[in-house]
Design a protein around this ligand. Structure first.
Ligand code: ADP
Ligand code: MG
Length: 395
């Protein structure tokens, strides 16, 4: 991929517009509850500042749908950014994403100032990729750096539209890291290459399954998704979550795996209960879940079988929890899988919003080679789709 990275761009004395993904969770008192995405941007931001660039950051936050929503202002994000950048810098948050006010703040920037524009999605032109909005953003910048991997699957004004209006453009270190790690999965990999897939719905993950089945040596399927596969093979899944309209897809995927001699492992046992909130569970055969009960986590035999393949893998991609990990009663399968990956010497990549939360909850995040900051973007990348935000950076 021919992207110019931030360390090859002219930065000294330039107004550098950095599109970041600061779409972070806030609590009811507008405090940032997880600053992972802000932290992940810091190396790029520091690089720009240390090379003498005048830094203007911009992001969306939540879904304000093209108008001002007080609770979605960037102020708390700015406070968090200021803390992470340290005392040498002062973060100024504008009160609108574009317009006279924002332009003036940028024009008056002094040494050590960092500007954070107000929530880009306060303007409808952002999501619509309107040229007028893109141009208004570009007017505040000389150089454009995109570091918002989590938004790379969106062709929005700040991601794509403004690029023709700047002197130079390129990608930040976070995007580079994501492209390196996830891109590696789609090229030559060390084998065995094992994919661990789970989570809520087969229908969300068809593209990922279809693309990976051509590349991996084994696919291990857990989570609610496994129920659909088990039912498609004639198993009894009781009251488990199943997608009846994906049974055919499941069969097709199993046929493909057979065709290509890819090992496709389904759970042999499951932790079952009558409610997602249950505090106790029993173990049942995965294809004989008693009527009225739901399979809410993979069972111990399944964890052992998955663990064996994960342990000997050289490359692992993981998306989707093995069970309802939000409830401790059904978190064991997910944590066991995380432990197997942590113990293996594989290059491991984890993507997906809930999967990343699960890995953090397990406390094993430091033993994973790469935890993607993009939920939907990482999955679309693994599906082999072109991400507009990345395509726009290519020369
Ligand atoms: P990601 O965000 O990592 O892509 P998903 O959104 O596909 O993952 O799936 C995560 C959700 O799937 C979790 O909220 C989890 O509770 C749910 N889940 C996992 N296993 C089951 C199961 N057996 N039954 C019902 N829900 C499940
Ligand atoms: Mg999810």
């Amino acid at each position: 991929m021919a992207i110019t990275w931030v360390d090859e761009l002219p930065l000294e004395g330039k107004r550098v517009f950095c599109r970041v993904d600061f779409n972070v969770p806030l609590d009811s008192e507008q405090r940032v509850t997880d600053d992972t995405r802000i932290r992940a941007a810091i190396p790029t931001l520091k690089h720009i500042l240390e090379r003498g660039g005048k830094l203007i950051c911009a992001s969306h936050l939540g879904r304000p749908k093209g108008k001002v929503v007080e609770k979605l202002r960037m102020e708390p994000v700015g406070a968090c950014l200021a803390e992470l950048l340290g005392p040498d810098y002062q973060v100024l948050v504008t009160d609108e994403p574009v317009g006279d006010g924002a332009r003036k703040v940028v024009a008056d920037m002094r040494e050590g100032d960092v500007v954070l524009l107000e929530n880009l999605r306060f303007e409808a032109g952002e999501k619509k990729n309107e040229p007028a909005f893109a141009r208004a953003l570009a007017e505040m910048a000389d150089v454009y750096v995109n570091n918002a991997f989590g938004t790379a699957h969106r062709a929005h004004a700040s991601m794509v539209g403004l690029i023709p209006y700047v002197e130079a453009f390129g990608g930040g270190f976070l995007i580079k890291k994501e492209v390196d790690f996830i891109g590696r999965l789609l090229g030559e990999v060390d084998r065995p290459f094992v994919a661990l897939l789970g989570g809520a719905k087969v229908s969300d993950k068809i593209g990922v399954l279809e693309n990976l089945i051509n590349r991996v040596d084994a696919i291990l399927i857990g989570g609610a998704m496994a129920n659909t596969f088990i039912k498609a093979r004639g198993g009894e899944v009781g009251a488990s979550r199943v997608e009846d309209d994906s049974l055919k897809t499941a069969r097709r995927i199993m046929d493909k795996a057979l065709d290509r001699s890819v090992d496709l492992l389904l759970p042999v046992d499951a932790r079952v209960a009558d409610s997602l909130e249950a505090t106790e569970c029993q173990v049942a055969d995965a294809d004989r879940v008693p009527a009225g009960l739901m399979a809410l986590d993979i069972g111990p035999k399944t964890s052992a079988a998955f663990g064996e393949l994960l342990g000997s893998a050289k490359t692992v991609f993981w998306n989707g929890p093995m069970g309802v990990f939000e409830n401790d009663t059904f978190a064991q399968g997910t944590f066991a899988a995380a432990q197997s990956i942590a113990d293996s010497d594989a290059v491991s990549v984890v993507g997906g919003g809930d999967s990343v939360s699960a890995i953090k909850k397990s406390g094993l995040q430091d033993q994973i080679s790469h935890i993607s900051t993009g939920g939907g973007a990482s999955l679309e990348f693994v599906e082999g789709k072109t991400l507009p935000g990345l395509a726009a950076l290519e020369k």
